[in-house]
Design a protein. Structure first.
Length: 166
């Protein structure tokens, strides 16, 4: 701000104690800054700056965190700390990712159980069938006690002659 100028001349308004209390309350509830700014009729930048002046900070959550990392944290953090650490949309996203992963694991287990029930198939044919059903190489390797690479090699050896014949 230029020296010697009155903030009111520049069109700036000071924050009232009520507005400061609202900022503190919204920050504690992890509401987005945009919502608080709309409530106050001020810009997001102004509200962020005032929050910093009030000593309010939120932990930075990297956008590079993968859902698996967040999922791992979900079970380890107590519920009240969980609510304070993550905003509502982050919690919702995390729970959706967790539910989707559990559903995919159940579907994979069902596919594997159905393929394993076929007694006329050899181990290599079962591995190829599981891979064709969409089971990951890591999961196949874990079930049969082999590496991912070996599961890939077996799958390739079984499916290659079929592709050449057609």
């Amino acid at each position: 701000m230029p020296k010697g100028r009155n903030p009111r001349e520049l069109g700036l308004r000071r924050f009232t104690p009520k507005e400061c209390a609202l900022i503190k309350k919204d920050f504690a509830a992890y509401l987005p800054v945009s919502e608080t700014a709309n409530k106050l009729g001020r810009s997001e930048g102004t509200v962020k700056q005032k929050a910093l002046q009030l000593g309010l900070r939120r932990p930075r959550l990297s956008t590079r965190l993968v859902p698996a990392h967040l999922k791992a944290l979900a079970g380890k953090i107590p519920a009240d700390e969980w609510r304070a650490k993550y905003s509502s949309w982050q919690r919702e996203r995390l729970l959706q990712a967790q539910a989707a992963q559990e559903q995919a694991a159940q579907e994979t287990a069902a596919k594997c159980a159905e393929i394993d029930a076929r007694e006329h198939l050899t181990r290599d044919e079962k591995i190829a069938a599981k891979r064709a059903a969409g089971v990951t190489l890591q999961a196949i390797g874990d079930q049969h006690g082999i590496t991912r690479e070996r599961a890939r090699q077996i799958t390739k050896a079984i499916t290659s002659p079929i592709k050449r014949e057609s």
